[in-house]
Write a protein that binds this ligand. Sequence first.
Ligand code: B12
Ligand code: SF4
Ligand code: SF4
Length: 352
Amino acid sequence: MGVAGVDLSSAEPGLSAWLAAGFHGDMHYMQAHGLKRARPGELVPGTVSVITARMDYLPADTPAGWQAVEFDRLTHPSEAIVSVYARGRDYHKVMRSRLQKLSDQIAAELVPLGYRVFTDSAPVLEAELAARSGQGWRGKHTLLLSREAGSMFFLGEIFVNMALPVSEPVAPHCGSCNACIDICPTQAIIAPHRLDARRCISYLTIEHAGPIPLELRPLIGNRIYGCDDCQLICPWNKFAQRSTLPDFDARAGLVGSQLVTLFGWSEDEFLRFTEGSPIRRIGHERWLRNIAVAMGNALRGRAAAGGVNAGANVASCVDRAGLLAALQQRADHPSEVVREHVAWALDWAVNL
Ligand code: B12
Ligand code: SF4
Ligand code: SF4
């Protein structure tokens, strides 16, 4: 944990430039609040300090060398890849409730305090606040990074109406490394610390509602929810810590499942299997859209563009008949978005 002040004015020009460039795509919530995002005192009047927290999320049973295990999934194109942060319980719930408990306790036992807690739940520049309060530095991929914990952690804050001594920021340690920029499958990191979200697979599979741009579909490979590549390649993630909470243990079905299996889930099954998971928020339609793209890519038979195994020919381990049959079963799906992505996948598979 650390403490930041509320003056983020030096971040405002960067936020405005990012929005003006349209890098937020259709994440209208990023634009809606304008510069309030950089002004904690406007979001919660009376706020004079922000207590910041980070919380590790690697599942407790994560093996040594887990980055190689994750990269290897890209060479099994029939397997569905859900990014690591989304395999357990929704962090919004886990972290917010713990911060709420902590604040209640501080207010009850230590000092009367006005407070509000947030974890990606309001217009707050979380990584900026965390960087200013010594939680780590901003990596070139834009995420917060620490020498003790890499970047596999969530951020959260307690806005308080009491002036607290501010923590010292830490020096950046990216040096001349550019590994995250180089590995990004869609070249979404257009320069150090500059992310065009519209190209990011995390945006395309989670935040974006409509059709996925055609030129980006092949680059998504078999990633069906989020993307971890820029973090997997980061040398500092050898220091990433396992979570001590069972909440972040991976749920059955979300690791190592076949695309065909997840594509077969009915809407009821989708809602049941994703109860309490962040995945639920994308809904069944986007879920099918994402998996259809991955199935098209699997049929095409090449390892996901980008990743360390880029271009490897992996057609031999793909059950073409099974994938084609599953796609054809959804060809008349009531959603136009699903139908169009299924048609694309079938077409992409045959028109080599
Ligand atoms: C919107 C959002 C996204 C978007 C955009 C990401 C982004 N980098 O902006 C998308 C959907 C792509 C995304 C993806 C992911 N996200 Co996200 N996301 C957010 C969210 C809600 C807001 C981030 C934000 O404010 N972006 C706006 C830009 C302007 O901010 P910025 O990067 O700080 O930019 C500063 C400078 O770089 C500069 N700048 C940036 N661009 C430009 C352009 C120009 C021209 C100029 C001059 C300056 C400039 O100015 C800014 C101010 O100083 C935060 C939660 C929160 N409320 O903060 C989570 C958050 C950043 N995400 C998180 C996570 C885990 C992820 C993923 C790893 C999930 C996944 N596995 O798929 C990926 C990682 C992708 C990546 N490399 O960033 C965590 C990160 C934890 C950490 N260790 O840092 C957060 C903090 C959520 C949380 N509470 O834990 N995310
Ligand atoms: S999450 Fe994936 S697509 Fe997004 S910036 Fe990182 S490597 Fe690129
Ligand atoms: S991969 Fe390299 S440049 Fe990117 S965040 Fe990690 S250390 Fe920094």
